[in-house]
Design a binder for this molecule. Sequence first.
Ligand code: C5P
Length: 227
Amino acid sequence: MTEPVVIAIDGPSGAGKGAVTQHLAQRTGFQVLDSGALYRLTGFAARLDGLELSDAPSVAAVARGLNVRFVPAQSGHEPFEVMLRGVDVTDSIRTDQAGVDASTVAALPMVRAALGDRQQAFRQAPGLIADGRDMGTVVFKDALVKIFLTASAEIRAERRYNQLKNKDMDVSLAALLESIQARDARDSNRAVAPLKPAEDAVVIDSSGMPLEAVHEAIWAVVSKVVT
Ligand code: C5P
């Protein structure tokens, strides 16, 4: 039996992968995997449990046992409400600190292995849009389409600033830029599944592009192979 097709959307934090993923999901009717949310949830749950984030076996056990549900949202800023152990953590896992914690636990090979099967399970008919860092290079190497969406760190920090402000979160643009640069460095230089475009990825730099233009550039690639 042939497996449902995968469209991999990889790239650094704040490049617009989330918006692109939702747009493609609407156009194709495909399932969505927000793999970053799984790393965020792992870091968040590990902190709730009072673990050191460097304690790989314990954090990997948290990742394996994550009790999480993604519920389509009726309103609000996010497409899904995220329920961890029965509690709504949709906003709590989106803070900048949760992103930093996610990137810390994501550098642990045991944690990546623990989340591997869980990510594969999202591959269901009619197809999957997979958003992350290593969707095209590691998790879904056979993805039908691989997009690497990027933008300058300054533009990404500005976008993240506006997103968090819209959620009434208290943030500073300079601190966000510094945090994004540190996260890029950690994600790109780690030994396992580093952030980099797959050899067969289409690279799109969205720095000077309005969102609509980004959607259309990506749809031009996807619509050639997915009808
Ligand atoms: O995409 P998002 O900002 O939610 O991801 C949070 C962190 O999770 C990233 O900075 C990265 O370290 C990690 N991540 C990863 N592999 C993925 C998705 C996210 O390492 N596929």
